[in-house]
Structures are given as structure tokens and as C-alpha cells.
Design a binder for this molecule. Structure first.
Ligand SMILES: [Zn+2]
Length: 399
């Protein structure tokens, strides 16, 4: 049931203090000294900063080890080592997609995220196990967080016969986005891989979000083929390229033409702002009018031990990776983790204006930049007009 809530003495985006009245899960009124209608829950905002809910636009809910015993990582250095190691050990390690996605989703909610886009593994060893587990999870936890599912051929698609048929099955089951991955270096068949994933997009009328780790010239080649298909199939505004390390190549002759075409075709870029890889230049992309979102990627999985699902921390990483120091630059980093992510996920009614959905987070801080660098754990999270997390405690418990 939708809840009515009056938030008193809050500062939207660090601005002037005001009140916000939430009715039927949406922002009904903003203004100082609003009268509390009978029966409404009143919450003292304590002059804290109000943000729209943080947007985790790229993660892997089905494979987190959150809450499981520490995994001693002795995996080889290649991408394929990590892919094969995970697929072969998933069941043995007890990585149940329902349980693990619930644990990570609750953690995300505690940190202030209200929306998640998650890639879910599709492979011939596990079939629909991941997609079905995460779909069941999101139904049960839908009052604290919204989850969008990307069908993701993590182990490759054409190199493992049967995977493409499973991708089709996942789309039939209701995955919202078609995934893909490194068409040159994993499937070693860029035309075959890209034609297949774009065909799924066309068949189901869904967008594409493709992992592209390929660096330098190879990555630029794959990106060019993605651009070519986006244009030919009229998929302007419906494609996201995740990681896009090739855009971090310091070679204007290579990346300038790509950036111009990404802008022209409204192709979005997702970056985790990685510390140890070339990374897309966030400010330059935003200034070119390109939608840029961010995400945690894998959190505490067999790929790597890091991550806490905090998109405010991710905003700091975006700032650090891009040498953002000025307050207006940190605002860009925060936008990437909020409004830009919402644009990439095409979220309806996202924001702090009248009529927007009441998916919000309250954080202590003097300014937005200070909130990012201090990252207080004392957060209050509102989803659909209801307070769903307070100071690290969720209204839902994890399995
Ligand atoms: Zn990923």
C-alpha cells in the first residue's frame, strides 16, 4: 500500500531547506512549513541533503559472494580464466542466485540505491537458474528496490553452442535488456556475435547493454561495429556500451570519431571508473551530450574481492579517476550515479520535482561534494514513499 510521508527540513541537492509531502508514492508538494495532513507520517530531515535514489546501473547480482565464507582468489590472469573458474565453481561455492541477489540488493538499498540494472549470467551449465532466481528475488523485494535484468552471455555465446537459444529463452521469460560481451576476443567472431545480439534486440524490441573490455584498436573496431548496427537498425538511444576501456586510449585520431558518433546516435557509456584500466573520459563525454552512468560491477565475487554497493563511494571513484577536484566536477560525478543512470535506464518519474516518484535518499553533509567525500553511513532511504532503510538497517531481512 502506498504510504504518505512528510519530510521536514531537508535540502534537495544541498540547496535551501524545505519540506516535501509525499502522497501515493509520489512527490506531491514542496515548500517550507507544509501542513501535515491527518495520519501522515512525519520525518525530521535534520537539515540533511536529499538526493534522488542512487542508481546502480551495472552490477552482477547473481554472482556475489556476499555473506558467504571468504573466497580465496587464486584465479589466473586472463579474462577466460575468470569466466571458466566462475562457471565451474558456482554451485560448489553455494552461489545461489536468489539468495545472493537478495543479499546484495539489501546492501544496495541500505547504501541508498533505489534502482539496479543487473547483468545475469546465461550459459549452458546453468540455463535459466540465474534469471529465474533474480526474478523471484525482485518480486519479493520490490518494495525496497527496482531491478532490471540484462540477459548476459558471460561465457561467450557463439563459442558455446546452445547459449544463443538460452539468451532467446531469457528474453521470453522477461529480461528487459539484451547483453553481450567482447565480440572479438571472447567469441572471436565480431560480426556473428553482434548480428546475433542485435537480432535479439529487434525480435523482442529491447535495448542492448554490451560489455566491451577490449582495449585500444580492437575495442575501437568493435565499438565501430556496434555503432554501425545501431545506425542501420534505427536503435538510436537504445544502446549502452559498458566499460568501453578503448575510449581511455590517449589517441585523438582513434577516439574522436567514436565520441562524435556515440553522441550522434545517443549511445550511452557505463564506466566503473576503474583504478587499474584505461577509462572513458567522463567530463568530455557528458559535455558531448553522451549519457554516462556507473555501477559497482561485480561485488565480492570470484572475479575480485572488492565492492560494497555504495554508489556515493562510486561517485568518489569517478571523481578520483577523472581528476575531479572542483565542486562542480564532483556534481558531475554524482549526476553519473543518479540522474545520468536514470536516463540510461529510462526511468520514468525520476527526480526531485513535484510528481516524481518518491525514491529518495537522505544523507548528512554540508554540500554535495562533502557528502561524497565523507560518505556517512547514516542514510535514510525512501522507496515508493516509504522509509525502507535507516542507519544501515533495512525493513527487509536477507535469506
Ligand atoms: Zn559487468
Amino acid at each position: 500500500m502506498a504510504t504518505d510521508l512528510l519530510l521536514r527540513n531537508i535540502r534537495p541537492l544541498g540547496g535551501e531547506a524545505t519540506d516535501i509531502l509525499i502522497e501515493k508514492g509520489r512527490i506531491a508538494r514542496l515548500g517550507t512549513g507544509l501542513a501535515a495532513p491527518a495520519g501522515v507520517v512525519v520525518e525530521d530531515g535534520r537539515n540533511e541533503i536529499l538526493l534522488p535514489g542512487l542508481v546502480e546501473a551495472h552490477t552482477h547480482l547473481d554472482k556475489s559472494l556476499w555473506g558467504l565464507p571468504w573466497y580465496k582468489n587464486e584465479v589466473g590472469p586472463r579474462l577466460l580464466d575468470k569466466i571458466d573458474n566462475e562457471r565451474l565453481n558456482k554451485r560448489r561455492l553455494g552461489i545461489d542466485p536468489y539468495q545472493q541477489s537478495a543479499r546484495q540488493s539489501i546492501q544496495s538499498s541500505l547504501m541508498g540505491s533505489t534502482h539496479i540494472r543487473s547483468h545475469i549470467d546465461i550459459d549452458t551449465d546453468h540455463g535459466m537458474w540465474g534469471v529465474e532466481g533474480v526474478m523471484k528475488m525482485r518480486d519479493y523485494y520490490r518494495d525496497i528496490i527496482d531491478v532490471e535484468i540484462v540477459a548476459f552471455p558471460q561465457s561467450g555465446m557463439l563459442r558455446r553452442p546452445g547459449t544463443l537459444e538460452l539468451m532467446d529463452e531469457a528474453m521470453k521469460l522477461g529480461a528487459e535488456v539484451v547483453g553481450g560481451l567482447d565480440p572479438c576476443t571472447i567469441d572471436r567472431d565480431p560480426k556473428g556475435h553482434l548480428d546475433a545480439v542485435f537480432a535479439l534486440c529487434q525480435r523482442y524490441g529491447k535495448p542492448l547493454d554490451i560489455h566491451l573490455h577490449e582495449p585500444g584498436e580492437v575495442g575501437a573496431f568493435s565499438m565501430d561495429m556496434i555503432i554501425e548496427r545501431t545506425r542501420a537498425l534505427g536503435m538510436k538511444g537504445k544502446v549502452t556500451i559498458s566499460h568501453a576501456f578503448c575510449l581511455g586510449t590517449p589517441d585523438p585520431a582513434l577516439i574522436d570519431p567514436l565520441i562524435a558518433q556515440l553522441a550522434e546516435l545517443d549511445i550511452a557509456i557505463m564506466t566503473t571508473a576503474p583504478a587499474s584500466r584505461p577509462a572513458p573520459p567522463v567530463k568530455r563525454l557528458i559535455e558531448a551530450g553522451i549519457r554516462v552512468c556507473s555501477g559497482s560491477d561485480g561485488i565480492r565475487d570470484t572475479w575480485g574481492p572488492y565492492g560494497n554497493a555504495d554508489m556515493l563511494e562510486r561517485a568518489m571513484f569517478v571523481g578520483l579517476r577523472n581528476n575531479f577536484r572542483r565542486d562542480d566536477e564532483l556534481r558531475i560525478a554524482l549526476d553519473v550515479c543518479t540522474i545520468e543512470g536514470a536516463k540510461v535506464m529510462e526511468l520514468d518519474g525520476y527526480g526531485l520535482s513535484q510528481g516524481c516518484r518518491a525514491d529518495l535518499v537522505l544523507v548528512p553533509g554540508e554540500t554535495l561534494a562533502e557528502a561524497i567525500v565523507t560518505r556517512s553511513p547514516k542514510r535514510r532511504v525512501v522507496k515508493g514513499g516509504k522509509i525502507v532503510a535507516r542507519d544501515g538497517v533495512s525493513i527487509k531481512s536477507a535469506p
